[in-house]
Design a protein around this ligand. Structure first.
Ligand SMILES: Nc1ncnc2c1ncn2[C@@H]1O[C@H](COP(=O)(O)OP(=O)(O)OP(=O)(O)O)[C@@H](O)[C@H]1O
Length: 256
């Protein structure tokens, strides 16, 4: 479960600072699913970085299961990320000199998983994304959609409690986008992590039960079934109060 309280993030830029996030309050319960949208430069990636413990807030607290990510020593934060958080990025972020299987295995190395188990779990994960026959291929030998499926296998192989996706279909064409979203959704349903996805894809956002928007660093919940079952900004969001809780109901690429 995530609980964000009065989270602000400032970046230094020359003699000034850029405020990427302002006073963000948000709750995402275990297994919850949130889609985040907003204009470029709005603060979406910054939010995901804070949720993933890749960066620390300037002010406020980001609690994951009660642990304050912003105040953990770097070694514990690294460990927590390795154990609990899976990432899927727009650019796949695969290691070009490793095969698909070896790329997936990299998620298990920091957990001390034995080589034989790493290998079998990586092959299982690749099978689950429809790439059993590509385990020995290097990223350069795979299409964009296939590379992203390898990245999804790498993210879920450790069965993370949290799955964070930043524009996972942003570099893909329409048909590949649907295929990758189907794979991501199937893996999410099976592993049931807390899921937060940033996407510009309005078709996906239209189908999301839980939708938030970040603009100029301010987050508001746009839609949640708890409000009234219909689309529309929530009262709490309008008042800038804590957004959420956000429960299940991610968009499925197969839902019209
Ligand atoms: N490392 C950084 N150093 C300085 N400024 C940064 C840094 N990272 C982000 N910013 C600034 O913070 C603001 C929010 O950026 P962020 O990347 O979170 O936006 P975004 O909504 O993800 O945008 P996009 O949709 O274009 O990816 C922007 O003004 C950006 O220029």
């Amino acid at each position: 479960m995530y609980e964000l309280t009065a989270v602000a993030k400032h970046y230094p830029r020359g003699r000034t600072t850029v405020t990427a996030l302002h006073e963000v309050n948000l709750t995402v319960p275990d297994g919850g699913c949130l889609v985040v949208q907003g204009p470029t430069g709005g603060g979406k990636s910054t939010l995901l970085q804070l949720l993933g413990g890749l960066d620390r807030p300037t002010r406020g607290t980001v609690l994951l299961d009660g642990t304050d990510l912003g105040s953990l020593p770097e070694s514990r934060l690294t460990r927590l990320r390795a154990e609990r958080i899976g990432f899927v990025f727009q650019g796949f972020n695969l290691i070009p000199t490793l095969t698909a299987r070896e790329n997936v295995e990299t998620a298990l190395v920091p957990l001390g998983t034995k080589a034989t188990e790493r290998r079998s779990r990586a092959l299982e994960a690749l099978d689950s994304v429809g790439l059993a026959d590509r385990a020995g291929h290097f990223p350069g030998e795979l299409s964009g959609g296939q590379q992203q499926r390898v990245a999804i296998a790498r993210a879920v192989v450790k069965r993370p409690r949290v799955l964070l996706a930043d524009e996972p279909t942003g570099s893909l064409d329409d048909s590949t986008r649907d295929e990758v979203m189907e794979v991501l959704e199937a893996r999410r349903r099976e592993t049931e992590p807390t899921f937060v996805m940033v996407t510009h894809d309005s078709a996906l956002a239209d189908r999301a039960d839980h939708l938030a928007r970040i603009e100029h660093g301010r987050l508001t919940v746009v839609r949640t079934p708890a409000a009234d079952g219909a689309a529309g900004e929530t009262e709490a969001g309008r008042r800038g109060e804590r957004a959420g809780p956000v429960e299940d109901g991610c968009p499925s690429s197969t839902t019209p």
